[in-house]
Design a protein around this ligand. Sequence first.
Ligand code: SF4
Length: 218
Amino acid sequence: MKYKMEKPIQGSIGTAKYQCHIEWRNGTIISDEPVSSGGQDTGPDPFTLLLSSLASCTLITLRMYIDRKGWDIPSIIVNTNLYQETKDEKLVTIMDRDILFTTPVPDEQKQRLQEIAKACPVSKILEADIKVRTFVFRDGDSKQVKYANEEATVLWKPELCQHSTRCWTQLPLVFNPRIKKWINPDGAPADRIDQQVKVCPSGALEFYYNKDKKTNHE
Ligand code: SF4
């Protein structure tokens, strides 16, 4: 199992209604609610972000395909919107995507591009089985268990560990919950372990090179 994102998308909110800071790999996006819902409308609301994801994925996928084919289609517009209705006591969401070409495009190309749009990665996610797993974490000090070799040390704080499975599904040669001494620092190069520790979402893991720790204490 490998996450799509090297670093998770991190959102945070304070007490200001309802501005959220969404950190992505190269910057920050502000998300908010419209004034009618009690926000300040300083950024797109969550539904808008979801629809933007479908629009941009469609556009990028179409552009890649058109360029590969060498077709003369200089610009594409995609409109996305959604509505929801309850059917048999189940909430059903319908998303509509309209693709517009600003110059004439032959019918067979339009038909092919409609199929390509349906197969864009975000469409596939939205139309497949999706599960959202939710873990709750907290900050704070707790007892630590140390796993070290000559080069490096991994600290594990059991009270913070929320068994998200990330470490042992992504680096099973180091993290193996089936055995008592469950972290083996000899199982992978130190920099790979460091990288894995960084994606522990709960703060239950810490990594350091032993030489750095010595230096810090000198
Ligand atoms: S990634 Fe962190 S929270 Fe998840 S199981 Fe490993 S130590 Fe626990």
